[in-house]
Ligand binder design. Structure first.
Ligand code: ASP
Length: 324
């Protein structure tokens, strides 16, 4: 009996009173201007950011895992029509929605990713199933959807993802893209969604989901489902990104931030600043990240006019913001 008690004390990995919990979320970065959004749309976006933050934070407060908190946030934002993930995703050049997502567990480095989905209501749930219920890390297109069928995930008709706002954005972009080489107009608003979470056991997780970039062609895949580029978590650092995905892939942004912490003795905040504010723009890219360390310190740098973001840090401080 005494031995059992002692081993319970020694080996218990339960939440400790000193271990803070924290959560940061984003709904995309870009040229987000107050003058262009309009009051009622801004209020609705803020309401959905608040609701997603509350959904994830409740998981952590109830003693749940970082992975579950990050998943809860992303599902909520995928279901919102205001962000470019799940419902409300941007359109490809041929007028379809192709969705990408990924998730990573910092404590174990398990990861799951999916790309090129057209009928899965919540791509993040499929990414999580890839991580937890398959021997693989990444699945794409028809194969990923066949796996989703086996996993009994919810399918929707492709029309479910369409919103009038995104359709008009697509028609405008299409009208501008006359030349083949000019056919990928660079979004000035990247609406990817993501979350980074720290639970009461001190474990970190990161998750990201997106419709990609407007007018993307030829099965283009961005950074969001690439583990290391748009999503990364380890024992000390978790990152989810939004921005011009090609640059985030080339710079391996999320993993680079965490590598600077692991090998360069940097704080997560300094590492995120260096990569987002210096390295990405130096190559000509733009965007932002949300990042979190194991003490619950949040940093959310971006080099665009705005980034939809919200957080509750390890000290319980809450922020919901859009503009600089
Ligand atoms: N990073 C995403 C991509 O390139 C776009 C976004 O952040 O909205 O697919």
């Amino acid at each position: 009996m005494r031995y059992m008690l002692l081993s319970a004390i020694l080996f218990c990995s339960c939440a400790s009173a000193d271990q803070p919990i924290a959560l940061a979320i984003h709904g995309g970065a870009g040229t987000i201007l107050k003058s262009e959004i309009g009051d009622s749309r801004e209020a609705a976006i803020r309401a959905d950011l608040n609701a997603a933050l509350d959904a994830g934070y409740k998981v952590l407060e109830d003693g749940g895992e970082a992975l579950d908190a990050a998943t809860a946030v992303v599902v909520r934002l995928e279901d919102s029509p205001y962000f470019n993930a799940g419902k409300g995703a941007v359109f490809t050049a041929d007028g379809r929605n192709e969705l990408d997502a990924s998730i990573m567990d910092g404590a174990t480095r398990r990861a799951g990713a999916v790309a090129g989905l057209t009928r899965i209501k919540n791509p993040i749930l499929l990414a999580r199933a890839v991580m937890e219920r398959s021997p693989h890390v990444m699945m794409i297109g028809a194969g990923a959807e066949a796996f989703a069928q086996d996993m009994k995930l919810e399918f929707v008709a492709p029309a479910y993802f369409k919103t009038e706002h995104r359709w008009q954005e697509y028609l405008n972009a299409k009208a501008k893209a006359a030349q083949p080489r000019a056919a990928l107009p660079i979004s000035n608003y990247y609406g990817t969604v993501g979350a980074v979470a720290l639970d009461g056991k001190g474990h970190l997780a990161a998750a990201t989901s997106t419709g990609g970039m407007v007018m993307k062609r030829y099965g283009r895949v961005g950074d969001a489902p690439i583990i290391g580029a748009g999503t990364f978590a380890d024992e000390r650092c978790a990152v989810s990104a939004t921005g011009w995905g090609e640059f985030f892939i080339r710079l391996n942004v999320a993993a680079d931030i965490c590598a600077r912490v692991a090998y360069g003795n940097s704080s997560v905040a300094d590492a995120a600043d260096e990569v987002v504010l210096n390295r990405v723009p130096a190559l000509g890219g733009n965007g932002g990240v949300i990042s979190l360390d194991a003490k619950g310190r949040v940093s959310m740098p971006f080099n665009t006019a705005g980034m939809y973001r919200a957080a509750i840090d390890g000290e319980g401080k809450r922020v919901v913001a859009i503009y600089r």
